[in-house]
Design a protein around this ligand. Structure first.
Ligand code: FUL
Length: 696
């Protein structure tokens, strides 16, 4: 008989023999995430809220001279924001504690330009404090946006401002508990109130803020926070180069530590970057970041939000989704419904992982060890992973599902704690008696999700076709997402012909032009149809098999553009009024700012506003400063409006301007400046608004 001690010794021997047989885990490959970055990456989805004095003036950027008395969000309720974020599956909320206007949502000691001097709660309120409390109650993390640009501060542009900025940062990072992210916006310098100076101040984005010392302050006050910065020194997280809600299909979580990253590479990261700087995709649930009642009908639809999801979280990015807080201090009901429907659809998509329970085998397993076996990719433990031998960078993993299963989504995750490795992969299905390619991708990173038409197969194979080092796959998912019908696109050519384009070619389209809701009893769209003058077209796409309809799309067109002529311009100028946002006219020839777009309407009209859509392709000629004139004869012009299109660089959507109605036959949109400070003006579309125009 063995004694107890012999038994233990025997057991120890067996265990240590096993331990010796175990190959060591792979060495890190290239830069790896810090503990803060790893923790942040797992948050995946969190909210932005934008609120400031400009919420009450309908501007995207406050000028800094708005009277604090206009700030009165009479029903402000941070618990409502937190409840919605929580229900939507978000993990935190980042608040614009101070936006470019300089107005502070907390009673900062260092300025009078804050809630203290607003009528809201008699000047006794603190929105950052309220939100911190609400986040604690709902188990959410709190993040702070503090705009480096301050259009109110008299000392902006001078060294004293940096002290002021850091004092405010210290208040925010000291008085409100744990902060998970600090957001330093890159929009910087320009015109402003600046304590009454009302001038343009420019700063050197690289040196002015002395970021290294500001980062030190953040690290000392909030050691667990991640820093976002697109303006100056490299931070922990990067901007993706657009606010449209997507990051590149190829998305490396890497950048270079020093030196400038070419603007367009923010979208993709750098394969050989020497620093870990993962992507955060920031976008708003509406076209603007701040609340405008005229955007109540432009809240992103479910298909648009799903596209955003697959192009952000599905491409190795985190999703920071903004709610513009309305004038009552609430998330608008429509936004609430939109985000909750979105969250539901994501949950439904990922409800059942059809890969769990499969039998997994691999072409190579690191040291033949159980610890790195193929099965580790479907064991639902994010800390375990399938790994190959160090020398192997091409390998495949096969899942046998036991019976034919239908799926249309493929999810895959790398074990990023040891670096991002995979450069390219394919997914195949064994259907009939051969392997067929289902889809393919480039980078994976923390999480990659691919969409494709449903396939039915018993075996699925992931092949890593290229990697920087042995691949480490921590998770694989197969899902059968319920069908989503996209709202069709509605366009009107200059001729007045209306085109309706459904996203899925096989779906049917029904439409109305009489203001009624479209349904299957409405006219069916077969070909473009003519219209003339003002009309609202409403349309749905419909799948006769599932009997499901898409969300409705609705476009309101103003007076006919049939007889319009652009004067003194090259033939391509027609693209500015052809009704197709996909085509644009770039007015660059021999030109110097100011540049004029002059239109002959063909007859006298009453003009009460205009709409401008910049080039939707490469960001050139995006007009910021403008004047708008109307004339009866092209000799005497009346200035009807002037101003700036705020934030148009990052968010180049439709710009809508209305003014007191003016009569005339000729229009002149004068571009004074563009986002690149050169002499180009580009137009994807230009249209007018006439007085009795129905809701915008
Ligand atoms: C931009 C700002 O200029 C916008 O107003 C908004 O805050 C967005 C998140 O960042 O750079």
């Amino acid at each position: 008989m063995f004694g107890r001690s012999q038994l233990i010794a025997g057991l120890f021997l067996v265990l240590s023999a096993k331990a010796i047989a175990q190959p060591a885990p792979p060495k890190p490959c290239g830069p790896i995430p810090s503990a803060n970055q790893l923790r942040w990456q797992k948050m995946e989805f969190y909210a932005f809220v934008h609120l400031s004095v400009n919420t009450f003036t309908d501007q995207e950027w406050g000028n800094g001279d708005e009277d604090p008395k206009i700030f009165n969000p009479d029903k402000l309720d941070c618990r409502q924001w937190a409840r919605i974020a929580k229900e939507a599956g978000m993990k935190g909320i980042i608040i614009t504690a101070k936006h470019h206007s300089g107005f502070c949502l907390w009673p900062s000691k260092y300025t009078d330009y804050s809630v203290k001097h607003s009528p809201w709660r008699g000047g006794k309120g603190d929105i950052v404090g309220d939100l911190a409390k609400a986040c604690r109650e709902y188990g959410l993390k709190l993040g702070i946006y503090l705009s480096p640009w301050d259009r109110n501060s008299a000392v902006y542009g001078k060294p004293e401002y940096i002290t002021y900025f850091r004092n405010q940062l210290r208040e925010l990072l000291t008085n409100y508990g744990d902060i998970f992210e600090v957001w330093f916006d890159g929009a910087n310098g320009g015109s402003g109130y600046y304590g009454g100076a009302r001038e343009t101040r420019t700063i050197d984005r690289k040196t002015y803020y002395d970021w290294p010392n500001t980062y030190k302050l953040v690290r000392s006050l909030q050691p667990k926070a991640v820093i976002w910065n697109d303006g100056g020194d490299r931070a922990d997280l990067r901007w993706v180069g657009t606010e449209a809600g997507n990051v590149g299909e190829t998305n490396w979580s890497l950048l270079n530590d020093t030196g400038d990253v070419p603007y367009n590479m923010l979208h993709y990261g750098l394969e050989d970057g020497n620093a870990w700087v993962p992507a955060e995709v920031n976008t708003s649930i509406r076209p603007g970041w701040f609340y405008h009642a005229y955007e109540d009908t432009r809240v992103k639809s479910l298909p648009q939000l799903m596209d955003t999801y697959y192009s952000s979280e599905g491409r190795n990015g985190a999703l920071l989704l903004n709610f513009p807080i309305d004038r009552h201090g609430l998330i608008h009901e429509t936004d609430q419904q939109a985000v909750l429907a979105f969250a539901r659809a994501v949950r439904q998509t990922l409800a059942v992982n059809l890969a769990s329970g499969a039998r997994a085998t691999a072409s190579n397993v690191r040291g033949h060890a159980v610890a790195f076996a193929a099965q580790k990719a479907i064991d639902e433990d994010p800390a375990s992973y399938w790994a190959t031998d160090d020398s192997v960078t091409t390998a495949s993993l096969t899942l046998d599902l036991g019976r034919p299963i239908t799926f249309n989504r493929f999810l895959v995750q790398e074990y990023i704690a040891l670096g991002q490795r995979v450069k390219a992969f394919t997914v195949e299905a064994f259907a009939g008696d051969e392997w067929k390619r289902v889809t393919a991708g480039t980078t994976i990173g923390y999480k990659r999700i691919l969409r494709f038409n449903a396939v039915t197969a018993q075996k699925v194979r992931l092949t890593i076709t290229s990697a920087k080092a042995c691949p480490l796959i921590s998770n694989i998912g197969l899902y059968n997402a319920p069908q989503l019908l996209n709202a069709p696109a509605i366009l009107r050519a200059q001729s007045g012909e209306v085109f309706i384009r459904p996203a899925d070619p096989e779906s049917q389209v029904y439409y109305t032009i009489d203001g009624t809701q479209p349904g299957t009893a409405s006219p069916k769209y077969n070909r473009p149809f003519p219209t003339d003058g003002k009309v609202t077209v409403r349309a749905i796409a419909y799948d006769p098999i599932s009997k499901k309809a898409s969300p409705e799309s609705r476009e309101t067109f103003d007076i006919s553009r049939r007889n319009w002529k652009i004067l003194g311009a090259d033939p391509k100028s027609i693209y500015a009024i052809d009704g197709d946002p996909g085509t644009a006219w770039q007015q660059t020839k021999s030109a110097k700012m100011p540049l004029d777009l002059v239109i002959d309407l063909g007859k006298e009209e009453i003009i009460a506003g205009f709409r401008y859509l910049p080039d939707q392709g490469w960001p050139a000629g995006i007009i910021t400063g403008y004047e708008f004139y109307v004339s009866m004869d092209t000799t005497r012009w009346t200035l009807a409006d002037k101003g700036e299109f705020s934030n148009i660089r990052n968010n180049p959507g439709w710009q809508i301007r209305t003014f007191a109605a003016v009569k005339g036959r000729y229009l002149r949109l004068r571009a004074l400046r563009n986002t690149q400070n050169n002499d180009a003006a580009g137009y994807a579309e230009f249209d007018v608004i006439t007085p009795d125009e129905i809701k915008r």
